[in-house]
Every structure is written in structure tokens, then in C-alpha cells.
Ligand binder design. Structure first.
Ligand SMILES: Cc1cc2nc3c(=O)[nH]c(=O)nc-3n(C[C@H](O)[C@H](O)[C@H](O)COP(=O)(O)OP(=O)(O)OC[C@H]3O[C@@H](n4cnc5c(N)ncnc54)[C@H](O)[C@@H]3O)c2cc1C
Ligand SMILES: NC(=O)c1ccc[n+]([C@@H]2O[C@H](COP(=O)([O-])OP(=O)(O)OC[C@H]3O[C@@H](n4cnc5c(N)ncnc54)[C@H](O)[C@@H]3O)[C@@H](O)[C@H]2O)c1
Length: 466
């Protein structure tokens, strides 16, 4: 017999964990279900451990810049503190007790297992079934997508999960995929001494970002000794017990380890979507601007119960609105408000920010030039090179970067912007405000830009839009 609670949260990624805790604190009876670790990919296998690796690798890179700026330096990388930090500080050796306790101390109830919809108001997990009187929230995230390259299946390749858990740096590494995951990890391992080759099927690295950004990052990575193979589909992979061979059309690469970072896949087939009348083969769920994918009117029963709507909500990577922790958290806040019956602005996605934490960082918001043109926008663009700015020139070693602006010329507002540079993700903040609030570019030109900052290059780029 199903047990009735107010809310059931299936999958507790960053958004699900936040929402479940908030609703429990509000006094609702909340059951949170996760098949693996509460908090999801970000704290255990994604953002947090990878950024610890990147922070450490960045310190090595800065030390290597000393000869250009301040004398001599000798750099002897040691991965031990990084692996220890990931194990002890970030992941508690991949144990989520702290996160589970945080949720239960707010009044929530946690069930470990794989949840599945059995009706518009019911979820089954193992032998238990729960009926939700207010809402079901789906936040089941993504898994690494493994491409069908002949020979790959069955080899001991890494995904991001094994890569962040490693205790040692491989002597050599092939990375399949030059998106955010591939490049962030490729550069970090290379800075610790691994001989890294990157294989990307598209004709440039970071193919979803501005071509100018790809160009800057490619230049830096090549200068740091990484081998970049673009427009180069892997034709075959093999493993001989000691290392990997990856065959490209015109060459063969060999390395101790192979990291597959070719994107992510949702797994909606096992979620029981047919129970709410949705196609189970779909890749993403498409929630409305309050994050609802289904709503059922519950008639008021004889006991006086019911008489309200019960919604099924979807948040996070499964919505296809940007596979980022900040999107998952943003959507969680909207869904939580809706479930609690609170007013608030609907979801909007015209200014989703994203940062690839390579060095230089690639911060971007809104549309790229190509996306804007595809939407029929009358586009004006401008690029300002960071090394030509006062701050870039002073910074010298490690100053590679640029600002690119994409303006809707008819409306006179920015619809997209990219900040590549040593602090590209931080410089992005100002550009995100401009795109989000649709600040007229004429007004942006009137702003006083502090001297000598990296963000002063925005003023230079604005001047070139004219
Ligand atoms: C290496 C790496 C680095 C990244 N770096 C960044 C970064 O710097 N910044 C950023 O914003 N994003 C980053 N991301 C992306 C970020 O991790 C995700 O966007 C984020 O985790 C949000 O995902 P989510 O909320 O959809 O759920 P996820 O984090 O994917 O969690 C989903 C949860 O649902 C559980 N689950 C799945 N199916 C079921 C089921 N049927 N029943 C019960 N539980 C289930 C899973 O066990 C998991 O715990 C990175 C990702 C990776 C892999
Ligand atoms: N800093 C961040 O915010 C951050 C960091 C890492 C990941 N993420 C999120 O995680 C998501 C997944 O990251 P990702 O890097 O795996 O995916 P991605 O889609 O960004 O990049 C995958 C890359 O692999 C390439 N590719 C696909 N098949 C291939 C093949 N067979 N051989 C060679 N290359 C192939 C694609 O062309 C693409 O460039 C991203 O969309 C991002 O939202 C965010």
C-alpha cells in the first residue's frame, strides 16, 4: 500500500537536494530518493573535484611564469595533495553521509534506490511506493555518453568519474572530446606532467563556443605541449593490457590512459514517463516556465482532502536548458516556489552564463554569433584582444584572451558575449548583467571602466561595435 507524503524528489543532484531541503524546512513531508550520492555529479565527480585539480594545476602554471616576470622557479609537481584534497575535503571518499544528514536534519526522509513513476502521483523505489499529495520532482541528471567507437567498449577507459578519483597522474593520456570536461581535465593533467593528446570530431575545440575563443584556447594548449587533433573521429580503440591505442584516419595515438569526455546522456527510459503520458524515448524533458511537465487536478475527497493540483516537475540537466549546476539550482528555486504556492518570476533562459575553467577561462553568456544569426537577428559583433589592453600588457605571461560582443543591432542590446582570459569567468559577470537586463549598448558605453582591469577591454569592444 502506497504511503502518502507531500513531495517526492527523484534524484538529488544539486537542484533536487536544494529543493528537497527547502521544502522539508517549510514543514512539508518530503521523501528524497537517490540511487547513488546525495548532491549528484557536481560535488563528487564534477565541478568541485575538477576545480580542485584546476586550482592546483593553475598554481603550477603561475610558478612556471616566474622566469618571465620575477626571477627563477623550479616546479616539481606532486599530485598527492590534490588526490588527498578531493578524497578528504571534497567527497569524504565518495560518502554522502554529511549531505544525507543535512537533509534529514531539515525534516526530510531519504531513501537510497532508483525511483520510477508508476502514475501521475506515485513513485516506486524498491518495494516502497509513495503517493505525492503536492508534487513529484525529477532531477535525475546525466551519465557520461560513450560513443560507439569500434573496440572502445570493454576497455578500461576513464570517464570523468575515474579521472577525478585517480591517485596518480598517468604518464600519458588521450582525451576523446574537446568540450568543457575534456579540455579542463586535459590541461590539468598536462600541467602535472602527463603527455596529453586531445581528439575532437568537430573541426575545432570547444565547438559550441565562439571560434575566436576556441582559437585562443587552442593556442595556449598547444604552447603548453598538448597535441590537438580536430576534425579527427576516432576510428578504432584498443587496449593491450598496458596502454591504449586510438586510431585516427592518418595516425595512431598511444597512451597509458584514455579519458572519454564526449558529452552526456540522460536516462529517461527507466523513469516510467509513460505513467504520465510522455514518450519514454525522449532525450530531454521540456518543462513550462514553472518547471512543470504534468499537472493533475485532484478532486476534493469526502474527507476534505485534495481539491488542489499535483504537479510533476523536472529540473536540472534533464531539461536540456544548460547542463550546469547554476541552472539546476535556478530551476529548483522556481519549482520550490511553485510547490509552496509563492509568487515569483517565471524561468527565462536568454542569459544563461557558462564558464569553461581552462586557463584562460572561457566565460560566455547568451547567444554566440552563429546562434544569433541563425535566429535571424541583425547582428553586429566586435572583438577586443586582451594582450592589447593596459592590464593585459602589464600582466604579460598568461595574458591570452579577448572580449567578444554580439549585439542585436535593431534593439541596440547585447544578446551574447564571451570573455576569454585569466579571469574570464569573473569578467563575465558584467556582461551577464548586460545581456540579462538588456542594458542598451549606448548606456554601456557611458559606464566608467576601472583602470587597469581586464574588464576594461569591454569598453574597447563596445567602441568597435559602432
Ligand atoms: C567533470 C565535470 C565538471 C563539471 N563542472 C561544472 C562546473 O564547473 N560548473 C557547472 O555549473 N557545472 C559543471 N558540471 C555540470 C554539473 O555537474 C551538472 O550540471 C550538475 O550536477 C547538475 O546536474 P543535475 O542537477 O541535473 O543532477 P546530477 O548532478 O546529474 O544528479 C542526478 C542525481 O540523480 C540520481 N539519479 C539518477 N536516476 C535516478 C533514479 N531513477 N532514481 C533515483 N536517483 C536517480 C543520480 O544518482 C544523481 O545523484 C560539470 C560536470 C562534470 C561531469
Ligand atoms: N565548467 C563547466 O561549467 C563545465 C565543466 C564540465 C562540464 N560541464 C557540463 O557538462 C556537459 C558535458 O561536458 P562534455 O565536455 O562531456 O560535453 P560537450 O558536449 O561540451 O563536449 C563533448 C565534445 O566531444 C565531442 N565528441 C563527441 N563525440 C566524439 C567522438 N566520438 N570523438 C571525439 N570527439 C567527440 C563533441 O564534438 C564535443 O566537442 C557540458 O555540456 C557542460 O554543460 C560544465
Amino acid at each position: 500500500m502506497a504511503e502518502t507524503v507531500d513531495v517526492v524528489v527523484v534524484g538529488m543532484g544539486p537542484g533536487g537536494e536544494e529543493l528537497a531541503g527547502r521544502l522539508a524546512e517549510s514543514g512539508l513531508a518530503v521523501v528524497g530518493i537517490d540511487a547513488r550520492l546525495v548532491g549528484g555529479e557536481c560535488p563528487y565527480y564534477g565541478c568541485v573535484p575538477s576545480k580542485m585539480m584546476i586550482r592546483a594545476a593553475g598554481s603550477l602554471a603561475e610558478a612556471r611564469r616566474v622566469p618571465a616576470l620575477a626571477g627563477r622557479s623550479e616546479v616539481m609537481p606532486d599530485y598527492t595533495p590534490v588526490a588527498r584534497r578531493i578524497r578528504e575535503e571534497a567527497t569524504d571518499t565518495w560518502d554522502d553521509k554529511v549531505a544525507v544528514d543535512r537533509f534529514t536534519s531539515k525534516g526530510g526522509r531519504f531513501v537510497r534506490g532508483s525511483g520510477r513513476l508508476t502514475g501521475p502521483r506515485t513513485v516506486r523505489v524498491g518495494e516502497q511506493e509513495f503517493t505525492a499529495s503536492r508534487a513529484i520532482v525529477l532531477n535525475t541528471g546525466t551519465e557520461p555518453a560513450i560513443p560507439p567507437v569500434p573496440g572502445l567498449a570493454g576497455t578500461p577507459y576513464w570517464t570523468n568519474r575515474e579521472a577525478v578519483a585517480t591517485e596518480t597522474v598517468p604518464s600519458s593520456l588521450i582525451v576523446l572530446g574537446a568540450g568543457a570536461i575534456g579540455l579542463e581535465l586535459a590541461q590539468a593533467f598536462a600541467r602535472f606532467g602527463s603527455a596529453v593528446s586531445v581528439v575532437e570530431v568537430a573541426d575545432r575545440i570547444l565547438p559550441l563556443e565562439e571560434p575566436e575563443a576556441s582559437g585562443v584556447v587552442a593556442g595556449v594548449l598547444t604552447a603548453e605541449g598538448l597535441q590537438l587533433h580536430t576534425g579527427a573521429p576516432a576510428e578504432r580503440v584498443s587496449h593491450d593490457g598496458t596502454g591504449f591505442t586510438v586510431s585516427l584516419a592518418d595516425t595512431q595515438l598511444r597512451a597509458e590512459r584514455l579519458l572519454v569526455a564526449t558529452g552526456r546522456r540522460t536516462d529517461l527510459a527507466g523513469l516510467g514517463l509513460a505513467a504520465i503520458g510522455l514518450d519514454t524515448e525522449r532525450k530531454f524533458l521540456d518543462p513550462d516556465d514553472r518547471m512543470r511537465i504534468a499537472v493533475e487536478d485532484v478532486a476534493r475527497g469526502a474527507s476534505g482532502e485534495g481539491g488542489r493540483q499535483v504537479g510533476v516537475y523536472a529540473i536540472g540537466d534533464i531539461t536540456g536548458k544548460g547542463a550546469f549546476t547554476h541552472v539546476s539550482m535556478y530551476q529548483a528555486a522556481i519549482a520550490a516556489r511553485d510547490i509552496l504556492g509563492e509568487d515569483g518570476p517565471p524561468a527565462e533562459y536568454h542569459a544563461v552564463p557558462r564558464v569553461t575553467f581552462t586557463d584562460p577561462e572561457v566565460g560566455a553568456v547568451g547567444l554566440t554569433e552563429i546562434q544569433a544569426r541563425e535566429r535571424g537577428i541583425d547582428v553586429r559583433t566586435a572583438v577586443a584582444e586582451l594582450p592589447n589592453s593596459a592590464r593585459g600588457w602589464i600582466h604579460k605571461a598568461g595574458n591570452e584572451g579577448l572580449i567578444k560582443l554580439v549585439e542585436d543591432a535593431d534593439r541596440g542590446v547585447l544578446v551574447g558575449a564571451t570573455a576569454v582570459g585569466p579571469s574570464g569567468g569573473e569578467v563575465l559577470a558584467g556582461l551577464a548583467v548586460a545581456v540579462h537586463a538588456e542594458v542598451p549598448t549606448g548606456r554601456l558605453r557611458q559606464l566608467i571602466y576601472a583602470y587597469p582591469t581586464f574588464h576594461r577591454a569591454i569598453e574597447d569592444a563596445l567602441g568597435r561595435l559602432r
